[in-house]
Design a protein around this ligand. Structure first.
Ligand code: SF4
Length: 201
């Protein structure tokens, strides 16, 4: 099975078209949100480890799963004194819950379970702006959502299907907005207005 980037799962749950544009067409683009996201990861995923109050913090740990065909990197994996592993993902913004972030974290946990042959019960999202940590339990529902999304994502990418654009609130923060132009798809006149605007002084 061909390996796919684990982070693409986050894109897929954010918007399947975004995952298609990145995973099939290879588009990459930055905007203020991706730059803030990169800054939030600064130092968090530099490879190495340290001990903090008896907990070993493994930074930038490569993770993979042959079963799921995923590979990526965990920002931090905590190894607690009882041997329990806990992935921690850094995200920009305030403490909020998003299914795509939780599923990405759960996919990391599934990789760790396969790599270390042990159960990973919970992880955490660290929200950089509010500097607050949100615990995430890898319960049956989240595991199902994650595995089902991985299956759909693989099918979409392998078939080379890029979903049609559809304007939605998530588009406002999407770094591929200027490539995707979702408003053109929902409003036929928008394309002509954009073309005219190119020549207006
Ligand atoms: S601009 Fe909107 S429709 Fe287009 S890829 Fe981004 S989120 Fe998806």
């Amino acid at each position: 099975m061909e390996m796919m980037a684990l982070s693409l799962l986050n894109d897929f749950l954010y918007c399947p078209r975004r995952a298609g544009l990145k995973g099939i067409d290879g588009y990459r683009s930055a905007n203020e949100h991706t730059v803030i996201g990169t800054l939030a990861h600064e130092h968090a995923d530099l490879p190495g480890y340290e001990m903090v109050r008896g907990v070993k913090l493994l930074r930038g740990l490569p993770v993979w799963s042959e079963r799921l065909g995923l590979s990526g990197k965990a920002d931090i994996v905590e190894r607690h004194p009882d041997g329990a592993l806990c992935p921690v993902e850094y995200k920009k913004g305030k403490r909020r819950q998003f299914d795509n972030d939780d599923a990405q974290l759960c996919a990391q946990a599934l990789c760790l379970e396969e790599m270390f042959k042990m159960r990973v019960e919970r992880g955490a999202i660290f929200h950089a702006t509010s500097k607050r940590r949100r615990e995430v339990e890898f319960d049956v529902a989240l595991r199902q959502l994650t595995e089902e999304a991985i299956g759909r994502m693989r099918q979409t990418i392998e078939r080379g299907e890029i979903s049609p654009a559809g304007f939605k609130p998530a588009c406002k923060e999407c770094s591929l907005y200027s490539i995707c132009l979702p408003e053109v798809a929902v409003e036929p006149g928008a394309w002509q207005r954009k073309a005219q605007a190119l020549f207006e002084v």
